[in-house]
Design a protein around this ligand. Structure first.
Ligand code: GLA
Length: 388
């Protein structure tokens, strides 16, 4: 059954507990996040889903085989939490796994898919992130994602299906057909510039594998974390980025059509973090109705240009182009865009009027070419209008 025929049309916008809180989650935290979504403008900006990641259940199912929320973390139960979130006009997400166990060792949904889907529906869950740990080797992931997709589509409730197999097994070749609405195409993000850069570069040539109803999920955002995660499995806190690096990260994910799931603690987000996450121009580009992937333009071959300097172009539904000038290298670069590479020859008589989506100002009208200078680890994102 599907009442909402637009489920998954656009990349999901929301928040997920994992990046910052990992195992240390509870119902008060989730309620606080819901409150902040409303009071700090995230809801108005379009962020909708509040998702509890791994570590929410007991380590064993009950005698009927049902998953049991940890009563210490979630004493009021999941249905009450769903009601709280729904009362704010938001949607509620949860997490499970293809395998016998989740990545953190809690029960997974293997051979319990239909039972768990029914349970999620009873709790009024709207979103399921479905991980890939502890999968029996003799069964294909493709089949197990099809299984849960079918279970969700027949559980009596619209539940957005977020597959998370980290880009394994050539997932982009089969995931759309499975019924998933979004799919992780990369390993786990870390709160570091190196991680952001590597994930982005790994997806540059995958633009044709994202689109409406099945979006390429480049993993949750680390914007605003500044190294403040308890995801410290290696024994100490790691990471942290500069504000510019977070801005570039958000720009890449927005332009490339990834779902935007906030991963920081929004209860103490600073103004820079809010300005990044709530940038309306970027969100509009990410949420554009036609959901097209962004194609890459390489700068003119020059000895100093490396693969980490490039332009991304996303064709928008109103005829505008979103153009990103990305300099992921370690020194300042001029990045030269020749408009013929966009399909706009000089002979057409048309120019581009450019609006800077971070400075929030018009840059003016340009003909034939545009050559911004972009500092290291930074970017310029413009919305370009074709004008006479
Ligand atoms: C995997 C996923 C992460 C997170 C953890 C939870 O690593 O890729 O996003 O869900 O599991 O254990």
């Amino acid at each position: 059954m599907t009442q909402d025929h637009l489920l998954g049309l656009k990349p999901a916008l929301g928040w997920n507990s994992w990046n910052t809180f990992t195992w240390d989650i509870n119902e008060q935290l989730i309620r606080d996040v819901a409150d902040r979504f409303v009071s700090e403008g995230y809801k108005d900006a379009g962020y909708t889903y509040i998702v509890i990641d791994d570590c929410w259940s007991l380590k064993e199912r009950d005698s009927d085989g049902n998953l049991v929320p940890d009563p210490e973390k979630f004493p009021s139960g999941m249905r009450a939490l769903a009601d709280y979130i729904h009362d704010k006009g938001l949607k509620f997400g949860m997490y499970s796994c293809v395998g016998t166990h989740t990545c953190a060792g809690y029960p997974g949904s293997f051979e319990h898919e239909f039972q768990d889907a029914k349970q999620l529906a009873e709790w009024h869950v709207d979103f399921l992130k479905y991980d890939y740990c502890f999968k029996p080797r003799q069964i294909s992931g493709e089949l197990l994602y099809k299984r849960m997709s079918l279970a969700l589509k027949n559980c009596g409730r619209d539940i957005l299906f977020s597959a998370c197999n980290w880009g394994e097994d050539n997932v982009y070749q089969w995931i759309r057909e499975s019924g998933a609405h979004m799919y992780r195409s990369t390993g786990d993000i870390q709160d570091s510039w190196e991680s952001i850069k590597n994930l982005a570069l790994s997806q540059l040539d995958k633009a044709c594998y994202t689109g409406s109803f099945c979006h390429n999920d480049m993993d949750m955002l680390v914007v605003g974390m500044y190294g403040g995660s308890n995801n410290n499995f290696i024994g100490h806190k790691i990471g942290g980025c500069t504000d510019n690096e977070y801005k570039t990260h958000f720009s890449l994910w927005s332009m490339m059509g990834s779902p935007l799931m906030i991963g920081c603690d929004i209860r103490d987000a600073n103004q820079v973090t809010k300005d990044i996450l709530l940038n309306q121009e970027l969100l509009k580009i990410n949420q554009d109705y036609e959901g097209r992937g962004a194609y890459r333009i390489k700068p003119e071959p020059q000895w100093f240009h490396t693969g980490d300097v490039f332009m991304l172009v996303k064709v928008l539904s109103d005829g505008d182009l979103a153009i990103g000038f990305f300099n992921l290298s370690d020194s300042q670069r001029e990045i030269s865009l020749q408009f013929w590479d966009l399909g706009l020859p000089y002979a057409s008589g048309f120019s581009l009027e450019l609006f800077d989506c971070w400075a929030h100002k018009n840059l003016g009208k340009f003909t034939e070419r545009f050559n911004p200078v972009v500092p290291e680890h930074d970017c310029l994102i413009v919305r370009a209008k074709v004008v006479k």
